[in-house]
Ligand binder design. Structure first.
Ligand code: NAI
Ligand code: MG
Ligand code: MG
Ligand code: MG
Ligand code: ZN
Length: 440
């Protein structure tokens, strides 16, 4: 046993770098070694804070624990690193951890925000203008404004020189559609300007979707244009700028095509806020009192995760029956009501593969307009390794080594599986884990 006074002397000696006193006190009671003082600081943390290498060495030679944390969640190694005592940080890093910390297997998150497909904000959404009907009317009539046309949610594009580009129609080209009271027009935003322009000079973009086949009307416009069929993989052919605009337009238009009637009472609705709101037309409907998410476009959060093996050298991938042959990707699933992202990651991985997950770390997100998902990309570490794929959803799920992932990334002839396309956040999660930065 030891007294509070003895502990105070021990911590003080460690903090001052008094190796002799530290050694003498430890010979009286080895229990002092991992005891905590103020704010949960141990003798090792105090030595690490103040750069006392010899004290740290003596403490370690007596089997001092290196994995404990203070009340700020820092280990002794974190403290040494933070205060620039790198010789102590290195010393601590060389000591095997008695309880392996699975968080250490998660890749470093530092770095620039990735320029992910569908995420590029080419337009300024200018939401403040959504309620300015006079300004919107003048923009819809302006010869400079751009109109993107969709048919059953497929964008009108033209193709040439290996590129698929959105067709930018002008007001006269969409006159007939605009006159039709059933056409929903969504204000997407204005082109970003180098210098501050007057609101009247800004170039506005709109999107409209038509259920009727407008082929006749298109023949007279531009014979090279066609509606890009099949959201996947069709939309992946777009340029990064076009993909960003389509992510916004397609999600909002999809909402209009599916939520025509009031979700609360089933009555007809009218479109407001330049396509960003639908309001019930039945006086007395509950949705007219207060703010209700049923009146606004949906976003469906989906977690997508690369599960790392506790050996740090493998990751878990799965394939759905609908995937192209050979392709394996990260597991993913919709977040359920009343669920945190971490819980959704653990539940979906368990459901789809039978693997239990420990630590979870967010990396970055991606808009995925099929029709309005928000992919939330995470890395996580498995606690168990036996895989039992959920046959309803997943055809096969298994562990792949880091080398196998790199082979697939560089499309080496030894590759045993195909990577998800570079436009998918699954690709980014895999690439980030391998630390592979080449521009592939
Ligand atoms: N960008 C990327 O790299 C990837 C994107 N995805 C997207 O993530 C989405 C979700 O992944 P899944 O594995 O299919 O999810 P999941 O594992 O939760 O299973 C899908 C099932 O969940 C149910 N479900 C629950 N909430 C739903 C909602 N709001 N909308 C539709 N279905 C709902 C349906 O029964 C559906 O069949 C996919 O539909 C796909 O569009 C999936 C994998 C990769
Ligand atoms: Mg899934
Ligand atoms: Mg699932
Ligand atoms: Mg699910
Ligand atoms: Zn209603």
């Amino acid at each position: 046993m030891f007294s509070d006074e003895l502990l105070a002397r021990f911590l003080d000696a460690s903090s001052r770098g008094d190796v002799e006193t530290v050694s003498v006190l430890m010979s009286r009671s080895t229990e002092l070694l991992n005891q905590r003082g103020e704010q949960g600081w141990t003798a090792l943390m105090l030595a690490a804070r103040n750069g006392h290498f010899d004290v740290a060495k003596v403490l370690l030679s007596h089997g001092c624990d290196t994995s404990g944390t203070n009340r700020s969640g820092q280990t002794a190694a974190d403290v040494a690193q933070f205060w620039g005592n790198l010789h102590i940080a290195r010393l601590l890093a060389s000591v095997p951890d008695p309880v392996p910390d699975l968080r250490r297997l998660l890749p470093d998150r530092a770095g620039e925000e990735p320029d992910t497909f569908f995420n590029r904000e080419f337009l300024d959404r200018m939401s403040v203008k959504r309620s300015d009907s006079e300004w919107l009317d003048s923009k819809q009539a302006s010869p400079d404004s751009v109109f993107l046309l969709f048919h059953k949610l497929n964008p009108l594009v033209s193709s040439g020189a290996g590129e698929t580009r959105l067709c930018k129609l002008r007001a006269p080209g969409v006159q007939e559609l605009l006159k039709n009271g059933d056409t929903v027009v969504v204000f997407l935003g204005v082109e970003r300007q180098e210098k501050q322009e007057k609101d009247d000079d800004l170039v506005a973009w709109f999107a409209l979707d038509t259920e009727d086949d407008p082929t006749e009307f298109l023949k007279t416009e531009d014979p090279g244009c066609f509606f890009l069929p099949g959201a996947m993989p069709g939309l992946l052919r777009l340029s990064d700028d076009d993909a960003g605009v389509v992510a916004q337009a397609r999600s909002v238009l999809a909402w209009h095509s599916r939520y025509r009637f009031c979700p609360t009472c089933g009555s007809a609705t009218k479109v407001e806020e330049a396509g960003y709101k639908r309001t019930c037309l039945r006086a007395g409907c509950r949705s007219l009192q207060g703010v209700h998410n049923t009146c606004y476009p949906r976003v469906d959060p989906v977690v997508i995760m690369l599960v790392l093996h506790p050996d740090g050298n493998q990751c878990l991938l799965g394939r759905k029956k609908t995937f192209p042959p050979g392709l394996f990707s990260c597991l993913a699933g919709f977040v359920e009501p009343g669920e945190a992202l971490e819980s959704a990651v653990r539940r979906e991985v368990l459901e789809e593969s039978g693997v239990q997950v420990g630590p979870v770390q967010y990396l970055s997100s991606q808009a995925w307009p099929m029709p309005s998902c928000l992919m939330i990309g995470c890395h996580c570490v498995a606690l168990t390794t036996d895989v039992t794929a959920d046959e309803n959803e997943i055809e096969e799920a298994r562990w792949f080594t880091r080398q196998q992932v790199i082979d697939a990334l560089v499309k080496d002839k030894r590759a045993v599986f195909k990577m998800p396309p570079r436009q998918a956040i699954a690709h980014l999660l895999l690439k980030h884990w391998t630390g592979f930065n080449a521009n592939l």
